[in-house]
Write a protein that binds this ligand. Structure first.
Ligand code: KIV
Length: 275
């Protein structure tokens, strides 16, 4: 059954946990979809794990649309949420609505996600008013990495924690259907989760959040440039892939691949006529 924003609402009401993973292509989206995960986030983390940038700043609308459309073709049941890239919504309410619309029309997303608190609430409200579900994102918001001065745990002081709570309430009041909390102390995430009637989706925010999200390459050991403390490696697929690539390399160079089993045949009659 297709997960929708109603699934999120009902899960919060019933106290059921929500699962979310990132994906950026059709075949991975299909695997995640078939495993029962509620939602697929086409994160702008694709800048890091797919495109090899050191941050998400350079990711474009075209990048997001391209990958979202591929994911949407593979997701029958999971709710597809597409990140709005840096400067696609901060510039104006008009830009925000136009670009959210493109992610829905061209990227075939079911919802969009954008980073920030009170300062982006006019954008959230306008996008929601246009009929597009919005997921918020607070705490460590990677598009503001230059303002933060690095990837660090957020909201540890009293003032910053109070601001996070106020931002979460503002994002909810603006109409967001869920909010991602990234890299915030677990006890603070618990407080926010209790204060809100929309689900909180944690990443480095403890296990009291209403749901969890991870970048799939992180949880499978496929991306090792940097590994935050909150990442749990569920399998080491990166090592399995490297072993398979080496075995392929060796067999090609030894002339043992392809063998008879992987060849196509032609009848001897036809072959004779070629000589
Ligand atoms: O871009 C992304 O993958 C994200 C998650 C880390 C929440 O925003």
């Amino acid at each position: 059954m297709k997960n929708t924003v109603l699934t999120f609402k009902q899960a919060k009401e019933k106290g059921e946990k929500l699962s979310m993973l990132t994906a950026y292509d059709y075949s991975t989206a299909r695997l995640i979809d078939e495993s029962g995960v509620n939602s697929i986030l086409v994160g702008d983390s694709l800048g890091n794990v797919i495109l090899g940038y050191e941050d998400t700043i350079s990711v474009t609308m075209e990048d997001m649309i391209h990958h979202s459309a591929a994911v949407a073709r593979g997701a029958q049941n999971a709710l597809v949420i597409c990140d709005m890239p840096f400067m696609s919504y901060q510039t104006s309410v008009y830009d925000a609505v136009v670009n959210a619309g493109r992610l829905m029309k061209e990227g075939r997303a079911n919802a969009v996600k954008l980073e920030g608190g009170k300062e982006v609430c006019p954008q959230i409200k306008a996008i929601v008013d246009a009929g597009i579900p919005v997921c918020g994102h607070l705490g460590l918001t990677p598009q503001s990495i230059n303002a933060f001065g690095g990837f660090k745990v957020q909201a540890k002081t009293e003032a910053a924690a109070k601001k996070l709570i106020a931002d979460a309430k503002a994002v909810e009041a603006a109409g967001a259907f869920a909010v991602v909390l990234e890299c915030v102390p677990a006890k603070l995430a618990e407080l926010v989760t209790k204060e809100l009637s929309i689900p909180t989706i944690g990443i480095g925010a403890g296990n009291v959040c209403d749901g969890q999200v991870l970048v799939y390459q992180d949880m499978l050991g496929m991306f090792t440039d940097f590994t935050p403390k909150f990442v749990k490696r569920f399998e080491n697929i990166g090592e399995v892939m490297k072993r398979a690539f080496s075995a392929y390399d060796e067999e090609v160079k030894a002339g043992t691949f392809p063998d008879k089993e992987h060849e196509y045949t032609i009848s001897d009659d036809v072959l004779e006529k070629l000589y």
